[in-house]
Ligand binder design. Structure first.
Ligand SMILES: [Zn+2]
Length: 178
């Protein structure tokens, strides 16, 4: 099941086509998170092709293999790539929160049923709290498993759109960047 690392691919950073494949390097994703959180400024040294963070004198890009002599490194990541990452993370969070809230709302509605039909008795009150606790744990688990997986794919699809637009604009020389 494990796929070849993108770092072994000499030509570009495009994923082999699976929906679950990361588009840019894990180090760039981690770095984009730092920028979004305000813990890092958008300056440094990055591959001019895949924006993998680079060190002085590291030769060809360790992620996509692009020779530095061929494509010069850049000093910041283009803003549309950062925006794509911001939208990605936003969507991931929204999917998880929506599932958690949907689960809790269902739980409240179901927990009220015994109270509505039987009034306040020891068992309907017990059922109310039991169902609330069950749905609280249940929706947290579904949000963290299913919600995480859906959010990941959806967020990655959003980022892929931004990335492909950026690469297309870059190759016709109209990339705005900053
Ligand atoms: Zn690269």
């Amino acid at each position: 099941m494990t796929q070849a690392r993108a770092g072994e691919r000499p030509s570009g950073s495009e994923a082999p086509g699976g929906a679950g494949d990361e588009i840019v390097s894990a180090r760039l994703v981690a770095w984009l998170d730092e920028v979004l959180a305000g813990r890092a400024p958008n300056t440094g040294r990055f591959c001019g092709n895949c924006y993998h963070p680079r060190q002085a004198g590291d030769g060809d890009c360790p992620h996509c293999g692009t020779p530095t002599a061929e494509t010069a490194t850049v000093e910041s990541v283009p803003l549309d790539v950062i925006e794509g990452h911001r939208r990605r993370r936003g969507r991931e969070g929204a999917v998880v929160r929506t599932i958690a809230w949907a689960g809790l709302t269902t739980g409240v509605a179901l927990a009220l049923v015994p109270l509505a039909f039987a009034g306040v008795t020891w068992w309907s009150v017990t059922a109310f709290f039991g169902l609330m606790i069950f749905f609280y744990i249940f929706s947290a688990n579904v949000a963290n498993s299913l919600g995480d997986a859906w959010g990941y794919r959806w967020g990655l699809a959003i980022f892929r759109r931004y990335w492909e637009q950026h690469v297309a604009a870059r190759s016709d020389g109209s990339a705005g960047g900053a």
